[in-house]
Design a protein around this ligand. Structure first.
Ligand SMILES: NC(=O)c1ccc[n+]([C@@H]2O[C@H](COP(=O)([O-])OP(=O)(O)OC[C@H]3O[C@@H](n4cnc5c(N)ncnc54)[C@H](O)[C@@H]3O)[C@@H](O)[C@H]2O)c1
Length: 320
């Protein structure tokens, strides 16, 4: 019998897959505190992980642990060095986690470009004709605007298609993806990030958080952008330096930002971005659609079953 710990909530579609297996039992761990994880996790052969941080100290208590199946694709909440040294496998849900985030990025872009909730408020408050008298300088067409997509992986590639549907010009910065792959998708490869930053109307970060991407967009990079530029970060907090972003917005070096992810989650109450009117926010919710959460839960559970049944595809295992 394989004992599996489900760390954090999980859609019941995924849990149902365990019910069809006689040799798997599972337990849901809702208390994500370090003390509780240290106490509860040692009994498991494998865990699924949504929120919750698994550092080396917690992992060192888990003598039976053979695999972590991430409910998602980012794994900055796991000590990968420890996993590598102790031969623990890490699996990700890369089949189900790109459509909704790419749509969420479009939602944030459209939200900013089409006046946020301004028109909705006007109608509800009985100011139907107010918009006619406004000098609308903050609303724009997406047609022919230049978007720079930083990171051309699963989400970046989906985003290219969506932007082309809006007849935008798509620039892509990803040193690890060749020019032909990008041009076949309809984008244009940018080799020098600074050059791209100077000409973009919209920038969307679609990279993992690691030592190379931490603070990839800081004050210096923001200063290169046009004053009308908008920035969307639905990748990971920390890829964009939050204080620098807030400063750049306040100094009107760029015009708006859409932020789904934060350096610290949940963000502190005094995080300046929470009060900044030039930011549209969401609570790390780019995957929060019915379809995506169902598919992610099924993929997370299927991955761990496939791992123990020795039929996991090598592409699902992160190369540590
Ligand atoms: N907000 C959310 O809910 C949410 C949901 C899914 C994924 N994400 C985040 O989005 C990230 C991207 O997801 P994905 O599925 O597209 O990942 P992916 O691994 O398929 O793609 C990442 C791409 O980034 C590129 N890259 C890496 N370092 C780079 C650098 N320094 N400069 C430019 N490009 C670089 C890689 O070459 C790769 O093409 C994830 O790592 C995750 O952190 C967030």
């Amino acid at each position: 019998m394989y004992k599996i710990g489900i760390i954090d909530t999980m859609n019941e579609k995924g849990l149902k897959l365990f019910d069809q297996k006689k040799n798997f039992s599972y337990e849901i761990i809702n208390d994500l505190s370090r003390e509780n994880l240290k106490k509860e996790l040692p009994k498991f052969d494998g865990v699924t992980l949504r929120r919750g941080k698994l550092d080396a100290e917690i992992l060192s208590k888990c003598k039976n642990l053979k695999v972590i199946s991430r409910h998602g694709v980012g794994y900055d909440n796991v000590d990968v060095k420890f996993l590598k040294e102790n031969n623990i496998s890490l699996l990700v849900t890369h089949n189900s986690t790109s459509t909704s985030p790419a749509e969420h990025i479009m939602f944030m872009i459209l939200n900013i470009y089409k006046g946020r909730a301004m028109f909705d408020t006007m109608v509800r408050e009985g100011n139907f004709y107010k918009a006619i008298h406004l000098n609308i300088n903050d609303n724009f067409e997406l047609f022919s605007k230049k978007i720079l997509i930083v990171g051309c992986g699963r989400i970046g590639k989906k985003l290219i298609k969506k932007c082309l549907g809006f007849e935008m010009k798509v620039l892509v910065y990803d040193p690890y993806v060749d020019e032909k792959t990008i041009s076949d998708l309809g984008g244009e490869k940018i080799s020098n990030l600074s050059e791209g930053l100077k000409i973009l109307d919209i920038i969307s970060l679609c990279v993992p958080l690691n030592k190379d991407t931490k603070n990839m967009i800081s004050f210096e990079e923001l200063s290169l952008m046009k004053k009308s530029a908008i920035l969307i970060n639905a990748a990971r907090g920390g890829v964009v330096n939050e204080n620098d972003l807030n400063k750049a917005l306040n100094e009107k070096l760029i015009s708006f930002a859409g932020i789904d992810v934060f350096e610290k989650e949940p963000p502190d109450k005094d995080n300046p971005l929470l009060k900044n009117k030039r930011v549209v926010l969401s609570p790390h919710a780019a995957t929060f659609t019915k379809e995506c959460l169902e598919k992610m839960s099924e993929e997370t559970v299927q991955n761990i079953i496939d791992f123990f049944e020795k039929k996991i595809a090598s592409t699902k295992i992160v190369k540590l």
